[in-house]
Every structure is written in C-alpha cells, then in structure tokens.
Design a protein. Structure first.
Length: 694
C-alpha cells in the first residue's frame, strides 16, 4: 500500500489539509495497519505452503497440508499500541463508531471488510488467504484471524444479526447457508462512500424519504422543548396534529436538538410491501439525523407493522411521528410521548404566505381561510407560479386558489362529486335577505380561525372549528348554485355528497359511510354539500320499533359529528321543518330561498337564455315572468328546451319555442295548462323545425 504521507492532499490556497483530507489521511493510516497484518498472515502462509506452484491448489487436501493446519500458530491478539489505532473525536470513523455503538474490535472488523473496496490489491491477498481465488472478500474467519480473535471466541458474535455492525447496516454477512467462518463480508457502497467523504444519499433511501440538512436552532417554544426532550433520550415522540403544522414542527424539533432529519414519504412507504427501512435508519445515523414519519393515517391500521419495525430498528435514534389521529399504544412496543400541535394563529399563517409569495400580496386577506401548513403553502405557491408562467401573467389570487385546490387529496372524490366553481354573485338571482345570509357564511368561513381559534369562541367539549349552513327552499330556487357561489367566493372546490353512497339498509353502515366522508373532508380545502339533507338529518321520533331506534342512533351520531367537524358544510332541504331542531341549534347560518317574484323571474329568464343565444323579435320575457310562477331551476330547463328547439330549426329562439318549453315544464311539474296564464300563446303552434321535416 502507498505510504500514508503520499495520500495527504494539501490545499494550495490555505496551505493545510481540509477536514475531508484529515478523514482520508486517518482512513489510509488505519488501512495501512490492516495491510501490515495481512502481510504477516501472507508470510506465515507462505512459510508453511508445501505446494505453492500446484495448479490444482484449493481443490484437494493432502495429509501434509492437514498437518500443517494443525501445527499453524494462533494469530496473536491485536495490540492496542499498533500505530494509529485510535481516532480523533471529530473524524468520520470515530463519529460513526459513536453513533452506531461500535466497539474498537468492530471498527477493526469494518476496516478489514472495507479494504478491497478502496484498494484492489486486497482482493488478491484475501483470495490467497482464503485459499480460493474466487473468494476475494474477507470472510468471518479471516477477519477474526487478522484481528487476533479466536474462531470460537466472543468476536464471532460481533457478526450476529443483532450486533451493531450487522444491525446498523455497516457490514453485510453473505452466504447464509455456508459455515459461519466461511461467510463473506461486504461493506455497502453507501458506507464506503461516507467514509471517503461522500454524503450523497443511498438511491434506495431517496425513493422513500427526503433528507433535510441540519438547520439553526428555531425560536418557537414548542420545537425547543421537544428538542430538549429528544436530546435527553425521549423517543419516540408523537405529534398530535390538531390543525397545526406538525411535519415542520418535527423537523424544527430535531434542528433544536442539533440534528438533521430524514423525512419519510408515507405514500411511498405504504405502496411497498417490504420497504428498506434499515437503509433509512442507516442513512439517518450516518448523517447524525433523526427520523420523521407522518401523517400516519395511510399506515394505520393496515400497515402498523411498518411503524413497529421502524421504531424497533431506530433504537435510541430520535423518531418523531405525527398525524391527526390520537396515538395508539399498539403502534410500537415502546412508550410514546404524545404532544398536541395546535393551529398557528392567523398572523403566523399570513407570514408563511408572505414569505412564500416573496412579499405581502394585495390579496393576502383572502388567504386567511385556508388551513394549510407551511409546506403545503409552499407547494400551492409553486403551482400558482407555474400557472402564472403558462398564462404569461403575474401571480394573482386566482392562481393561488388553483394552487390551493391542487393540494386536495383524491380520497373525497370517491365519496362525493367534485365541482370546480364556475359561477359568481352575478350569476344568481336572490332576494337581498338571502344574499346577506350567504355573505355572512362567507365571512364566517374566512375568519373562523381568528374567531373560533385565536379568540376561543368555541372552547372545550371537543368542538371543531367548522362552519355549517342550512339552505332551505323549494326545489329549483338556487340552493346548490348558491353553494357553488360560496365555494367560489372563498376559493374552494365544492364536494356534493352522493346520498346513494351514504345511506345503507344495514345497521351502522350509514354512520361508517358518513364518518369516512367527514374524515376525508377534514383533509381537503373544500365546501361539503349535503343535497336533500333531510334524508340523513331528519327528525328523531318516538321509539316504537327497532327501525325507529336505529334511525335515532344515526341522528344522534350526526349531531355529535357535526359539532366536531372542522370544515365547511352546507345542508340543503326542500322543507325546513323536516330537519331536527337539535341540528338547527348547531347550524351557524340558515338561508331561506323563496320562490322568486316577477322581477326576479324576469332577471332569471334573461340570464338563462344568455347573451349568446339569438332571440327572435317576438320573444317577450316580461310576459313569461309575469304569467308563469316558476322557480329558477324550472326557468333554466325551459330556456334550454327552447334553445334546442331553435337549434333544430336552425333559427333564433322564438316566443313559440319558449311557450312550448313552458308547457312541457308544466306537464313535468303536474300543473294544469290554463288559458288565463298562456293567453293568446296557448293555441299558437311551434314553428316548423328542420329536424321534423327531415
């Protein structure tokens, strides 16, 4: 091996070796000692070799060779006075020995196994000492021999599955079916690279986690307290996310303890049947980092074994778990400290938005209603930036809202119909009182964090910070469309719950379906719409049968669940009296949707036909508004039918088309077609269409 002095690289600018160079100098010195021991072993073998030039060497044993093995002297123990047998505390190999709990003999075993990976000459030497040219790595027996450990002594147990070298992933003992002493030793490439000064993460790890470098000490109180606990050996820690920012808090706590973080990707972890958790733990130890895992919901309860395996592999390594669920003692075999992480005040969240957007935007007030963590805010702003770039415009409120909606998980899409709002205040025709009630709902949705959270106007009792509204009115009066307007105003998607997927004839299944909906809705930024809600929010009745009892159980469950709901929900009903009074008490806003009057019907006719639809000169919308008492939904149906009739005849919409559509709507509604309402238009035939003539 080249002399140690030849390996030193001097910085031409500073004129001294860098810390990286010091690590290499020390490593080469330790390997030089290994080489010296190998040379002695080779010399001893050559002195007793009876057939050095035999081409069939290693394929047979003679009596003389067996006698030579019996008479061979035992390898002397490794002397502690051997040159360079200790390392300065700051060198990589010393830090590795400390973090992995290695004994001095473990370090020597590691160096023996490492040698062929940094000096190819050791491959041939080991092949010679193994008496087999194809076995070019050190074996357990050879490592014991070179380090002066007896084959039957305690040194062999340093290669057991639970020993620090093997359990920590520093050395792999290969050929499990071979005798113990004949098993080859291999040092993983990631460990070799680390000792040589390369900190690039293992590709196996990058598919499961991301590495966060050690940062400065945070100033927040909770991360500082958690960091002190982690330094004192408190692990694992569970952060119960009650609307806060648990993931970044976990990383900040490790930073407060002077550690980096290896943050596991829960989705990637859940997708793999047997993820390489040992490689993740090894990466964390090599970096002097802790492990962060969460949110835990994708893993519990089906993949809890991964949690138990991770905590067991980590040992005393700091592990921080987080999620919205309460900590379950069955997740690990060790006691877990659970700490609640509450929602940050609006001012802190506004600061996150300002930092992510590179300043205080003019539309900052419209961002307060989004319950996003700091990482989600950064991703939303990144998406907004991409959208703005594609459109060639500066980032605006619409881009940010689209970025927020892009953070919604797809879980709720399987339980409800997702609608991206496409209407606004100008698209609805409502009485002033109803508009005021909708405006109040928007205000509550925007400022609920301040009023219900920071000002604690809904304390205790497990009450959530949700906002619930009831829209009551006849069918077609604009309840669903108004919910879409509210969702558009606060910049969220509208999720319409399909009651056919909720109500179940089997006892208890309806409650389970609703629980899944509420749980998924808590993780998205959207407005939850229960259309025809009296089907599940109906009145409780006197118990006269088992059916009544279970119906009341459903209502009681919903009463409790609505109080703990943290999102925004809108219930619609055609008959307000059908809704249980207990629900009414828990509802924040009740908006009544009356049948429109003549003035409102005129506006509805005009908007439903729209500016793009060509109209004949005889179209009299004032006559329609005055004579026909129809709700907005019926007026829209009439306008669409009239447009189809005109399109089939390839001409503008005529009054006769409108009258035909009204008559059809009357028949659908089961109403009589009276001359007093239709007047002279009752007997006027619809103009002949091209479709019918064809």
């Amino acid at each position: 091996m080249t002399e140690v002095s030849d390996r030193v690289v001097v910085d031409p600018v500073r004129g001294a070796a860098s810390p990286h160079d010091a690590d290499l100098v020390h490593l080469w010195a330790r390997l030089s000692a290994v080489e010296a021991r190998v040379r002695r072993a080779v010399a001893a073998r050559q002195a007793t070799d009876h057939a050095p030039d035999d081409p069939f060497r290693g394929l047979y044993l003679t009596a003389e060779m067996v006698q030579g093995v019996l008479e061979a002297p035992r390898q002397p123990p490794l002397q502690s006075t051997e040159p360079d047998s200790s390392a300065a505390p700051g060198l990589r190999i010393a830090v590795l020995a400390r973090d992995f709990g290695l004994a001095p003999v473990d370090v020597e075993f590691l160096l023996v196994a490492l040698a062929p990976d940094v000096d190819a000459r050791f491959e041939r030497l080991y092949g010679y000492l193994n008496d087999d040219i194809t076995r070019r790595r050190a074996t357990v027996g050879l490592a014991l021999q070179l380090c002066g450990e007896p084959a039957a002594g305690p040194g062999r147990f340093r290669f057991g599955a639970t020993a620090p070298l093997v359990a920590g992933g520093l050395v792999e003992v290969q050929d499990p079916t071979a005798p113990m002493l004949s098993r080859a030793l291999r040092v993983p490439d990631r460990v070799v690279a680390h000792l040589l000064g390369d900190d690039t993460p293992d590709p196996v790890v990058t598919g499961l986690a991301r590495v966060v470098a050690r940062a400065g000490t945070p100033v927040a109180e909770l991360p500082e307290r958690l960091g002190a606990g982690l330094l004192a050996g408190v692990t694992p820690v569970h952060l119960h996310d009650t609307g806060g920012d648990a993931g970044p808090t976990a990383v900040a706590a490790l930073a407060a303890a002077g550690l980096g973080a290896v943050v596991l990707d829960v989705v990637a972890l859940a997708d793999r049947e047997h993820p390489e958790l040992s490689a993740v733990i090894r990466e964390a130890r090599l970096r002097g980092a802790g492990v962060v895992l969460g949110p835990l919901e994708p893993l519990a309860p089906d993949r809890v074994r991964l949690l138990r395996e991770l905590v067991a592999l980590a040992g005393d390594l700091p592990v921080v778990l987080h999620g919205r669920q309460h900590c379950d003692p069955r997740w690990t075999s060790r006691p877990v400290l659970s700490v609640p992480v509450t929602a940050p005040p609006p001012a802190a969240r506004a600061a996150w938005w300002a930092r992510a957007l590179g300043g205080e935007p003019a539309f900052a007030a419209h961002l307060a209603s989004y319950r996003l963590g700091s990482e989600e805010i950064e991703r939303a702003v990144a998406v907004a930036g991409h959208l703005a770039t594609v459109e060639g415009k500066p980032i605006g409120l619409g881009h940010v809202r689209a970025g927020v909606r892009a953070q919604n998980a797809a879980g709720l899409d399987r339980l409800a119909r997702r609608i991206v709002p496409g209407v606004g205040w100008d698209d609805v025709v409502l009485p002033d009182q109803t508009r005021q009630q909708l405006a109040e709902l928007v205000v509550r949705a925007r400022h609920r964090e301040r009023v219900l959270g920071e000002w604690r106007m809904r304390p205790g009792g497990g009450r959530g910070r949700g906002v619930v509204a009831l829209f009551a009115g006849e069918s077609g009066t604009g309840k669903t469309m108004s919910a879409e307007v509210v969702a558009a105003e606060i910049g969220m998607d509208l999720y319409v719950v399909d009651l056919s997927t909720v109500v179940d004839k089997y006892v208890g299944e309806t409650e389970k379906n609703l629980e899944r909906i509420f749980t998924e809705a808590a993780g998205v930024h959207g407005v939850l719409l229960f259309d025809e809600a009296d089907a599940v929010f109906g009145k409780r009745s006197e118990v006269q049968s088992a059916h009544d009892r279970y119906a009341n159980v459903e209502s009681a469950y919903l009463l409790q669940r609505m109080e703990s709901f943290d999102g925004i929900a809108v219930l619609t009903t055609n008959l307000r009296s059908n809704v249980d009074e207990a629900f009414t008490r828990r509802i924040d806003v009740i908006a009544d949707f009356p049948v429109p009057d003549a003035e409102q019907r005129l506006a509805l006719w005009d908007r439903c036909l729209g500016p793009a639809v060509p109209r004949a000169e005889d179209v009299d919308l004032a006559f329609c508004a005055e004579r026909f008492e129809l709700a907005g939904g019926s007026i829209r149906a009439c306008a669409v039918t009239a447009a189809y009739l005109a399109a089939a005849a390839d001409r503008p919409v005529a009054m006769a088309d409108v009258m035909t559509s009204v008559r059809q709507e009357y028949r659908k509604l089961g109403r009589l077609v009276l001359e007093s309402e239709f007047g002279r238009w009752l007997a006027v035939p619809r103009p002949h269409s091209g479709a019918s003539s064809a």
